[in-house]
Design a binder for this molecule. Structure first.
Ligand code: SAM
Length: 261
């Protein structure tokens, strides 16, 4: 058997690593690095190497890197392109395991934040096993998500009393009905999707760029007053270091007597 750990490593703050993650790192023989080309790749790999240097340095471990396949973002068939990308990524993972692990060994992926939130690796492993790979087992070690890091830094609860929590993408905010946004956590926004709601005078935003890292920037306030500042901050960070990871809460302000309590 080959045993794979999917270890959540938190969103970029070495102190956000859990004890379970550290214990997982200490029983791993080979770490798989599978970052996609482009924005932030070097920094993401450097962060993982620093974690290993700190927590696994006294052990003999190996690192095997694979090239994460590119998704066809120009395709008109969004679902088809995602499916194709998922299949190719599953194959890359199978090749990494086959080429670098002996029977009885433990391998690990150090996954950003938590493995269950906007990360396809868990599904890739389910697909592999469904295809008949009965020599592979895997387990998931949860991590602190960027959402938890963001709400902690802004010192806000994820929801007000009795309220739903929607976790969504910039793409959905861009294309969905703005009237339905009451308490949405937005991730994977590369196109300033919050701008679409900026004319709504009842909307607050709690925004964070590279939360938990030395480059962290936090901005909060009424969306109509802060949207331009957020956009300029994103541009400045991209100009300075080439990339930024940001997440934000869009929250419709409630009248004081409508708290739901
Ligand atoms: C592919 S998802 C991975 C999320 C990760 N699994 C988690 O649990 O946080 C990447 C997105 O997460 C958000 N993100 C990740 N790290 C972040 C950070 N340190 N600060 C702000 N947003 C972050 C950004 O929206 C980014 O586009």
């Amino acid at each position: 058997m080959k045993h794979i750990l999917l270890i959540g490593i938190g969103p970029g703050d070495p102190d956000a690593l859990t004890l379970a993650a550290i214990k997982g790192i200490r029983r791993t023989d080979v770490f798989f690095f599978l970052e996609k080309e482009g924005d932030g790749k070097d920094s993401l790999i450097r962060f993982r190497r620093e974690i290993l240097a700190e927590h696994a340095a006294d052990r003999a471990y190996r690192v095997a890197a694979g090239a994460s396949p590119k998704r066809d973002r120009a395709s008109a068939d969004y679902q088809g392109a995602v499916e194709d990308w998922r299949r190719r990524r599953t194959q890359v993972i199978a090749d990494l395991i086959d080429g670098n692990m002996a029977d009885g060994e433990t391998g690990a992926f150090l996954l950003w934040g938590d493995p269950a939130l906007y990360d396809g690796t868990m599904q890739n492993l389910h697909d592999l096993i469904a295809e008949g790979r009965d020599d592979i087992t895997f387990e998931v070690i949860p991590g602190i998500t960027c959402v938890q890091a963001l709400t902690a830094k802004h010192r806000i609860p994820l929801n007000r009393v009795g309220e739903e929590i929607v976790i969504t993408t910039g793409r959905q905010i861009e294309t969905g009905d703005p009237a339905t946004v009451t308490n949405s956590i937005v991730m994977l926004d590369s196109r300033d999707a919050y701008m679409r709601l900026r004319d709504r005078p009842d909307m607050d935003i709690f925004w964070g760029g590279d939360v938990g890292s030395p480059d962290e920037v936090l901005i909060a306030g009424p969306l109509d007053e802060t949207a331009d500042r957020i956009s300029e901050t994103i541009k400045a960070q991209r100009a300075r270091k080439g990339w930024i990871m940001d997440t934000y809460v869009l929250r419709r302000r409630r009248a004081p007597d409508a708290s739901g309590s």
